[in-house]
Design a protein around this ligand. Structure first.
Ligand code: KE4
Length: 427
């Protein structure tokens, strides 16, 4: 694959952009080389500015569940554009998307639209603090919830102590109320709770997608629900990535647990900037203009973004895309394991609905330490072999692959061939 034009744009882009990207993961830092620049997408495919065509498993890190340039979304958005793009006042479209979202989350009476997953999580934490009158938040190592200061943390000296800033520019006192537990380790949560009495909320990715795809063990989420209820702590379930990922609803449905506050993003915007947070009535009543917890946004509920989100969710509600996407992932997982075995490569594959991650390790991956123990050198070689054979995955071992309703047998065959070639190159 040639990357001449991407390289030229990388140099040109680096003049006025930071690393020629608007989000760090796109910079290819983990895998080396320069980021590619995309010209267009259609269905399951991306074409870069050098004309290289790829089966796309990044799908904008999740939103493009119906594939690129979905015809229905495109038609609806084009129509909506005729009536202007933003008003700073309510529109019926916001009601329609709110109704669709609340129909998918029975424990959600009201929802507030924002413009990103980060904004949804940041607001949900403020809401948990407003509702409980407490300040501390428990999060899990390896779970990512956007770039709000209080969540950019690194593990402190011990589980029950405050965290250390995980980024320059985050003051220590901003993260002093953020405590870090271990995913799939309910005892680590109990220990923190027994040593702290000012905990407003526990925030969790119900299926982690930001350490790669990592599933909750057994009753981890159910036990988390129980311990939160017993201690007057709100359970914030961050479904920005898992929302509408394996079914028309959230991972909550798959694991039989209900959040107090749910955060959403990605799919509900269909590729346009949309995030949302929602909860039962008594919690959402706290939010301005009804309550005293302030949160606002110029472009929140933007009518064009709402149009795209409505079209996405209506299509997802009416057609059962999940049978197809989840089956595709199962086939892909089985092939990866068979091919790795044939080539004597150690891998573990985790899947959830239409998302999948292969880890280069012979061990199960159930938390961040185990994910980090996978062979990242092998991942990098694997990544470039796939790229050179027309398969585009996230340039990081700690991301999930996403499958859309437009990924079919042809794409599966192309992927099989590329994976087998990559594994043969690794063995
Ligand atoms: P955004 O602010 O990027 O819309 O959402 C933040 C966020 C919140 N919660 C979860 C579970 C998320 O996965 C994300 C964002 N996911 C990353 C992908 N790992 C976005 C990609 C990027 O940062 O460019």
């Amino acid at each position: 694959m040639r990357y001449k034009k991407s390289k030229e744009l990388f140099v040109k882009g680096s003049k006025h952009m930071v690393g020629a990207v608007n989000s760090p993961v796109r910079a290819f830092n983990t895998v080396g080389g320069n980021p590619i620049f995309i010209e267009k997408g259609k269905g399951a495919y991306l074409t870069d500015v050098d004309g290289n065509k790829y089966v796309d498993y990044v799908l904008s890190y999740g939103p493009m569940l119906l594939g690129h340039a979905n015809e229905q979304v495109k038609t609806e958005v084009k129509l909506a554009l005729e009536d202007s793009f933003s008003f700073g006042a309510s529109t019926e479209k916001e009601i329609e998307l709110a109704e669709l979202i609340c129909s998918a989350f029975p424990n959600m009476d009201k929802v507030r639209m924002v413009n990103s997953g980060t904004e949804a999580v940041m607001s949900a934490i403020r809401l948990a603090r407003a509702y409980t009158g407490k300040n501390q938040i428990i999060k899990f190592a390896g779970c990512y919830h956007g770039h709000a200061d209080m969540l950019l943390v690194a593990a402190g000296s011990g589980l029950v102590t405050g965290s250390l800033p995980g980024s320059k520019g985050v003051p220590k006192d901003t993260v002093s109320n953020t405590l870090i537990a271990n995913f799939n380790d309910i005892e680590s949560v109990k220990k923190i709770i027994s040593n702290n009495n000012n905990i407003a909320g526990i925030i969790v990715e119900p299926v982690a997608g930001n350490m790669g795809c990592v599933l909750p063990k057994d009753d981890f989420l159910v036990e988390l629900r129980k311990i939160a209820s017993e201690n007057g702590i709100l359970l914030i379930i961050d479904e920005v990535m898992t929302g509408f990922r394996d079914s028309f609803g959230g991972a909550q449905k798959a694991f039989g647990v209900e959040a107090d506050i749910t955060c959403l993003g990605k799919v509900i915007g269909g590729g346009f900037p949309v995030g949302a947070y929602g909860a039962r009535e008594e919690i959402m009543q706290m939010v301005a203009p009804l309550g005293d917890m302030y949160q606002a946004g110029t472009l929140s509920g933007n009518p064009i973004a709402m149009t795209a989100g409505i079209s996405m969710l209506k299509q997802l509600k009416e057609e059962n895309v999940y049978e197809k996407t989840n089956q595709y992932v199962n086939k892909l997982s089985n092939f990866m394991l068979d091919s790795a075995k044939k080539h004597h490569i150690d891998i573990t594959v985790n899947t959830f609905g239409s998302m999948i991650t292969p880890f280069f390790t012979s061990q199960p991956v159930t938390n961040f330490d185990e994910a980090k123990a996978s062979d990242q050198t092998k991942f990098t070689k694997f990544f470039w072999s796939l790229m050179n054979n027309g398969i585009y995955i996230a340039p990081s071992p700690f991301e999930a692959w996403f499958v859309s309703s437009k990924h079919g047998n042809k794409e599966l065959d192309l992927t099989y061939k590329a994976i087998d070639k990559a594994f043969s190159g690794l063995s």
